[in-house]
Design a protein around this ligand. Structure first.
Ligand SMILES: *Cc1c(COP(=O)(O)O)cnc(C)c1O
Length: 359
């Protein structure tokens, strides 16, 4: 069997949820588990996080999958609904959409539903992605509150654009603007993603919405999960499937992108971009072989990549390899790849089997 797998540490997930609780002790936790639980498997994440107060997903299909699997917590549709045809299922399953624009509001007013639904009002406090403009928060609230299809407006929600940068004062401005324009409206407030949960305690309010930190990853620029007491949940692991003893001047892989500067051993790892390891990552990126760092060399191919084994001349086929996770922070790999850990985690391909540990 191909050894390339992700190990999903459920104990680490629960530990990270406890860290989120400790950091925001007065807030309820809406765990963001969209995009297949950030690549970790949405259902296994939801089951492991049974202590969460609710779950946040991106669309109805994700929410239905959770309900069909018996998940009973409140489920918030963070982008609301994408068409009036979704409203009946939302009403029947008691999903809570975030209503973010006038088009959604009108569809909701015109719908004929089996029962009225609870909604969040989403307000744009400066990110300029989703939400009613600040100046429309009050009238939008009034319209929702008087809509016959709305049983309750749970509260006002907004999203922060720059919370991952603790030196950026835009966050304080968003917080102040959101407060000012929603002052006097009843209900709860929800502002904080992981970065705000850890870095901007002022943002906590009634509901925090952590995602990435639950998976053990630092949400802060240049940060590492370990600095916040988080434990990595996903480890992408594989093994050596060949070790080649090459002569000085011999080239490795497509395009001969790496030329051996001396006689040396080069290991072939059974993982590539077809598994979700980024193809454009540069030479020199660390890979763990037998728990010790070696540099990646040559081009990443679909099913394989190659590593410099000069520091481990005795390494052999079958030796264990870690591409990120336990012992090798995904934050570090993402920095080398010019992306963010979120993308690497989400992009692990379906052919990579997941194994649970810490259950
Ligand atoms: C995904 C998402 C979150 C979680 O963000 P993290 O940076 O992963 O903590 C919070 N709020 C909304 C609206 C989201 O879409």
């Amino acid at each position: 069997m191909r050894a390339t797998q992700v190990v999903i540490d459920l104990a680490a997930l629960r530990h990270n949820l406890a860290r989120a609780r400790a950091a925001a002790p007065d807030s309820r936790i809406l765990a963001a588990i969209k995009a297949n639980g950030y690549g970790h498997g949405m259902l296994r994440v939801a089951r492991a996080l049974e202590q969460a107060d609710g779950f946040g997903v991106a669309c109805l299909a994700e929410a239905l999958q959770l309900r069909e699997a018996g998940i009973r917590q409140p489920i918030v549709l963070l982008e609301g609904f994408f068409g009036a045809d979704e409203l009946e299922a939302i009403a029947r399953q008691h999903f809570i959409p975030a209503i973010h624009n006038t088009a959604q509001l009108e569809l909701l007013e015109q719908a004929v539903l089996p029962a009225p639904i609870a909604v969040w009002l989403k307000v744009d406090s400066g990110m300029h992605r989703l939400g009613f403009p600040l100046t429309q928060a009050q009238p939008a609230w009034q319209r929702l509150a008087s809509c016959r299809n709305v049983s309750a407006v749970v509260g006002c929600m907004t999203h922060l654009a720059n919370a991952d940068n603790l030196n950026d004062d835009f966050t304080a401005r968003q917080l102040a603007d959101f407060r000012r324009h929603t002052a006097g409206l009843p209900g709860e407030r929800s502002i904080a993603n992981s970065a705000a949960l850890l870095g901007w305690p002022d943002s906590h309010a009634e509901w925090v919405r952590p995602g990435i930190m639950l998976y053990g990853v630092s949400p802060l620029l240049g940060g590492r999960g370990g600095q916040h007491g988080l434990k990595p949940v996903m480890t992408l692991r594989s093994e050596l499937i060949a070790v080649n003893h090459l002569k000085r001047g011999e080239a490795v892989g497509y395009g001969g992108a790496f030329v051996c500067p001396e006689d040396m051993a080069v290991g072939v790892v059974a993982a590539g971009y077809g598994d979700g390891y980024p193809r454009h990552i540069p030479n020199g990126v660390p890979v763990l072989v037998n728990g010790r760092r070696v540099p990646l060399v040559g081009r990443v191919s679909m099913d394989m990549l190659t590593v410099d084994l000069r520091s481990q001349p005795a390494a052999r086929p079958g030796d264990p390899v870690v591409l990120w996770g336990e012992g090798l922070p995904v934050e570090e790999i993402a920095e080398h790849a010019g992306t963010i850990p979120y993308e690497l985690l989400c992009r692990v391909m379906p052919r990579v089997d997941a194994i649970e540990s810490g259950g």
